[in-house]
Design a protein around this ligand. Structure first.
Ligand SMILES: NC(=O)c1ccc[n+]([C@@H]2O[C@H](COP(=O)([O-])OP(=O)(O)OC[C@H]3O[C@@H](n4cnc5c(N)ncnc54)[C@H](O)[C@@H]3O)[C@@H](O)[C@H]2O)c1
Length: 252
């Protein structure tokens, strides 16, 4: 087991990539705190893990709120005695240009996608430092590494995630804390269907377009989870500040 006894927080755990990763972490022996703003759905993920013989609890929380992030870290320490791994994965998208997004929506995207990662670092780094280290993985996106149309706030926020990851890796490497981003291309989750809806496009046509890349298909949540398991595990012990692209060759 590659994550035996590691204590792991997964945010956005009720969604496609988060759920797959929470289950993969547990299958590798981790004790999981499944966090989502959709509390009941996070609870289901924790129950699925327990039913499969693993250890997990759920926390209903908004990752853009400092009080909630503090509570996530405190709950993990109280339940499992510490935090070894954090997967900052909760995210939202708004498919709009600068002309059709208002300031509150812009701030919301940055609150969930960016501020959450700063808040988690603020509260979890002291805990990891005391224990001698840890691994933080942040979900960026292909659109954090290149631009995309009608997604200004999302592209800006994911660019911030990729570079925050590097800055955090520099600041906390001396404490044995590794910080990396995983950058998916189009993955078959609720977010893609939500995008089709926001753009007023036919869902099937939108999903088919998402297969336009060297491997000729979109990704599955499990394929992102595998990369995150590796970044969480000691197998990636010399990897920090990296932007790992998992996108079927889309960026290439
Ligand atoms: N699906 C893709 O094609 C794709 C591509 C690149 C990056 N990503 C990124 O992957 C991550 C996971 O997305 P997904 O595709 O699994 O989508 P998803 O919509 O299935 O999952 C996102 C989860 O985050 C939760 N969430 C949203 N706001 C929250 C908040 N304030 N506090 C706590 N939880 C909150 C949602 O309830 C949901 O369960 C996101 O950061 C997304 O930007 C997805």
């Amino acid at each position: 087991m590659r994550l035996k006894d590691k204590r792991a927080i997964v945010t956005g755990a009720a969604g496609g990539i988060g759920r797959a990763t929470a289950l993969a972490f547990a299958a590798e022996g981790a004790r999981v705190v499944a966090v989502d703003i959709k509390g009941e759905a996070a609870d289901e993920v924790a129950k699925d893990i327990v039913r499969a013989g693993g250890e997990a609890v759920a926390v209903a929380a908004d990752v853009s709120s400092e009080a909630d992030v503090r509570r996530i870290v405190e709950t993990t320490v109280a339940t499992f005695g510490g935090v070894d791994v954090v997967f900052n994965n909760a995210g939202i998208i708004r498919r709009t240009t600068a002309l059709d997004i208002d300031v509150d929506e812009w701030d919301k995207v940055f609150g969930v996608n960016v501020r959450s990662i700063f808040l988690m670092a603020k509260h979890v780094v002291p805990v990891m430092t005391e224990a001698g280290g840890g691994s933080i993985i942040n979900t960026g996106s292909g659109w954090g590494l290149k631009g995309g149309g009608q997604a200004l706030s999302y592209c800006a926020s994911k660019g911030a995630v990729v570079n925050m990851t590097r800055a955090l890796a520099i600041d906390h490497g001396a404490q044995g804390i590794r910080v990396n981003s995983v950058n998916p291309g189009d993955v078959n989750t609720g977010m893609l269907r939500d995008e089709a809806r926001q753009l007023g496009q036919d869902e099937q046509a939108f999903l088919a377009e998402s297969s336009d890349r060297p491997l000729r298909r979109m990704g599955q949540p499990d394929e992102i989870a595998s990369a995150v398991v590796w970044l969480a595990s000691d197998e990636s012990s010399y990897v920090t500040g990296a932007a790992l692209v998992v996108d079927g060759g889309g960026i290439a």
